[in-house]
Design a protein around this ligand. Structure first.
Ligand SMILES: C[S@@+](CC[C@H](N)C(=O)[O-])C[C@H]1O[C@@H](n2cnc3c(N)ncnc32)[C@H](O)[C@@H]1O
Length: 404
């Protein structure tokens, strides 16, 4: 896994490489769920691999070292005494992050020995363990809301002797006891930056989190730096993958519409907009806010974008210059219009976020002037705090943690 990450150019930091080789991830991921059902199934069939069972061992080791997200917990269940084999129902509430996403995040944070590190939404503690292997013992702390998962991570990490601490709590509060931190990483997506996080960031410190919107398709990554003089500088970039939102957050999904879109892609009409490239991240992250409530079906052949609440969709093609649209909301017209505005704004890739210390609206802008794109990050209010309720029916459980 490490050789692949190096060969793909994803892993460049020698300290992180050493940490990846040092941390035995199989200790932190002693079992793994494998999804048996296809997308959209309800209830979902799973198979639990027990790493200590000789019949599961080879498959489990492959999975643990594949770099993919490893699924660990259904509906906040207790994690001791899980039985191996088939099981039906439930939704995943905890898993490891896929390794390329963890590597990207830790490298962006530029972690160094001796720095104080806080990991929010620690799950099984892979990110925390890697960070602790870099910072050294007694410097890395993780916060996990689920009591079973926090006990599980604490127990497993204890076997590695890395000196990493796990506390049970709500990530939105950070962890004031150990503040200030030189580096803060969030393993969960949030709608805007919780005020506790920058408040716990040391001068010169850096923080990284996924910004979540109702659509899982176009995640944004927010990076915040506290300047040596105490101010905050915050940048938002669209990314191909991101962390799942905090427990209780409800994503939109295109899965429930898949069969109907296939059967009736909609009425064809000419369009001036060719399907924007997947890596036009600056456009897509703006779409998550300025054309809200849309979700892409990444499994469809032609670009398919659904507005589930308005029962509307758009399917690119057939051929260049044509799009098929269905329903009362003209999804494609909104994207055409937004793409024109993104063009006029200079095709921004990175956005500045005005970050007040404490509560207050967090404004995003691509620059100054009339042509700039601008929006305000939605507040947290809609998310129940410390809820371990399962994801709703039809939520995109087929998605890996760390992928859109
Ligand atoms: C995907 S896991 C993190 C995985 C971790 N980065 C790794 O690779 O080991 C996200 C975790 O965040 C936890 N979580 C969700 N909402 C939370 C909250 N409000 N406070 C603390 N933890 C939360 C979930 O229980 C889950 O275990």
């Amino acid at each position: 896994m490490v050789e692949h990450l190096v060969a793909d150019g994803e892993l460049t930091d020698p300290r992180l490489r050493a940490a990846l080789l040092r941390v035995p991830r199989e200790v932190l991921l002693p079992h793994a769920y494998v999804r048996v059902s296809g997308p959209g199934a309800d209830p979902i069939d799973w198979r639990l691999l027990d790493g200590s069972h000789p019949d599961d061992r080879a498959e489990w080791l492959d999975l643990v070292h594949s770099g993919d997200s490893v699924l660990l917990q259904r509906n906040g269940e207790p994690l001791s005494g899980l039985g191996r084999g088939p099981v039906t129902g439930g939704h995943m509430t905890s898993m490891s992050t896929c390794t390329p996403a963890t590597v990207e995040a830790l490298q962006r944070l530029g972690l160094e020995p001796g720095q104080r590190f806080l990991d929010l939404g620690t799950g099984p503690g892979i990110t925390l363990a890697l960070a602790a292997a870099v910072t050294g013992p007694g410097h890395a702390t993780g916060v996990e809301a689920d009591p079973h998962m926090s006990a599980f991570a604490r127990r497993n990490l204890g076997r590695l002797d890395l000196g990493a601490e796990v506390v049970e709590g709500d990530a939105l509060d950070g962890h004031a006891t150990g503040a200030p931190y030189d580096r803060i990483h969030s393993g969960i997506g949030v709608s805007c930056l919780p005020p506790a996080w920058p408040a716990q960031l040391a001068p010169g410190g850096r923080l990284l989190t996924t910004l979540t919107t109702r659509t899982p398709s176009w995640p944004g990554q927010l990076s915040v730096t506290r300047t040596p003089k105490g101010g905050l500088r915050a940048l938002l970039q669209g990314r191909p993958r991101g962390c799942r939102p905090l427990l209780g957050y409800r994503w939109l999904t295109a899965v429930d519409h898949r069969d109907r879109v296939r059967a009736d892609p909609g009425r064809p009409r000419p369009t001036r907009l060719a399907p924007p490239a997947d890596d036009a991240h600056g456009f897509w992250v703006a779409a998550a806010y300025l054309a809200p409530g849309l979700v892409r079906d990444f499994q469809a052949g032609a670009m398919t974008i659904v507005a589930p609440r308005e029962d509307s969709w758009a399917v690119a093609g057939p051929g260049a210059g044509t799009v098929r649209v269905h329903g009362p909301r003209d999804v494609w017209a909104e994207l055409e219009d937004l793409h024109d505005r993104w063009d006029r704004a200079g095709r921004p890739d990175t956005y500045h976020v005005e970050m007040p210390d404490g509560d207050g609206p967090q404004h995003v802008t691509s620059g100054t002037g009339r042509k700039a794109l601008a929006w305000t990050l939605p507040p947290h209010a809609a998310v129940p705090r410390r809820s371990s309720s399962p994801a709703r029916r039809g939520s995109p459980d087929s998605l890996q943690e760390g992928t859109p």
